[in-house]
Write a new protein. Structure first.
Length: 332
């Protein structure tokens, strides 16, 4: 029975490492030109230089499995995620294909803000093997610091992105407290975390459109629950927004595109007298030589991209992309 449990859990949990991230790219509307007084902080040529230099260094880190150099080009949730991905690659010898970031660009959304931190939202093309477009968030924390890659989210299949000003005009950078929306960005992120945790039972469920991440997480949770029940085991997931880990850009229609970090802890108990084992290559690599017990906790970093529509809109808040990576595995 123990062997049967481990086989079932391994199969369904391995799916969880890549949940919600596959499919074709989302649809990008044509940029709009409007009259603005503020000038963008970067030209399109400067954005390209920053992006290509960072991605070139990142590719070198990937090839060398070099974690130590990541801090020079990455920060925020992307630093945590890529550190974990390279740690896993060091152990397994394989770098997950989802780590690929295309060099070609579909659209650059450049901030007009005069203060710091400053952000650039860059939307890439699809990968050579037809993986979805990536939404890249670059951030400059102060005038004396270089831009770094702060967050990456893979766009969901068929999703429609909001419109933004062309790069020559620039877009206004938002904040977590923006008003005039169906919900402030900070509240929207907290509500989405509650929906991820509680599903249809969440008090906020009706405020969000369906999306790939929610659907696939719900399916995965159901599969794991069936495996757990065969052995009188249990599971629990807790999703928590990370304070100040949020980047916001105003869209042309008065809405906000919000990219935020939500951490989650997935605790799985195998049942009395049984050991809970790592259930994927990534979990095994992160767990290392740890001593297994009946309960295992996996910590994830989730990067979530949400479109929050203006208050006078009938539209729901929509998750347009995400990234999800285990960063720590421990026995309790």
């Amino acid at each position: 029975m123990k062997k049967r449990f481990n086989v079932i859990a391994a199969a369904v949990l391995a799916l969880g490492m890549v949940v919600g991230m596959c499919g074709c790219e989302g649809q990008l509307p044509q940029p709009k030109t409007t009259q603005r007084q503020d000038a963008p902080n970067l030209t399109a040529k400067q954005e390209k230089t920053i992006r290509t230099n960072i991605l070139k260094t990142l590719d070198q880190c990937n090839n060398d499995r070099n974690i130590d150099a990541l801090g020079s080009i990455l920060e925020g949730p992307e630093l945590e995620i890529r550190t974990s991905e390279l740690h896993v690659a060091q152990v397994t010898g394989n770098l997950d294909r989802k780590t690929t970031i295309p060099t070609d660009l579909a659209q650059a959304v450049i901030s007009t803000d005069s203060g710091w931190p400053r952000s650039v939202f860059s939307i890439t093309s699809t990968t050579d093997d037809q993986q979805s477009k990536r939404l890249l968030v670059f951030r400059q924390d102060s005038a004396r610091q270089n831009y770094k890659l702060w967050g990456v989210a893979r766009l969901f299949s068929g999703v429609k992105m909001p419109s933004f000003e062309i790069s020559k005009t620039g877009s206004a950078q938002g904040t977590e407290k923006d008003t005039g929306l169906v919900m402030t960005p900070k509240d929207a992120v907290a509500a989405y975390a509650d929906v991820l945790q509680n599903g249809a039972s969440s008090q906020y469920a009706q405020k969000f459109a369906d999306d790939d991440l929610r659907t696939k997480l719900a399916d995965l949770t159901e599969q794991v629950q069936k495996a757990m029940e065969l052995n009188e085991g249990s599971q629990q997931q807790v999703f928590t927004p990370v304070d100040d880990a949020i980047s916001v850009m105003r869209s042309a229609d008065g809405g906000d595109l919000v990219v935020a970090q939500i951490n989650s802890e997935w605790t799985r108990s195998a049942g009395s007298g049984r050991e809970s084992q790592p259930a994927s290559d990534a979990e095994k690599a992160l767990f290392g030589d740890g001593q297994a017990t009946s309960t295992m906790k996996t910590t994830y970093v989730n990067v979530i991209a949400l479109y929050v529509p203006p208050a006078n809109s009938d539209a729901k808040i929509t998750a347009v992309g995400s990234e999800r990576q285990p960063v720590r595995v421990e026995a309790l």
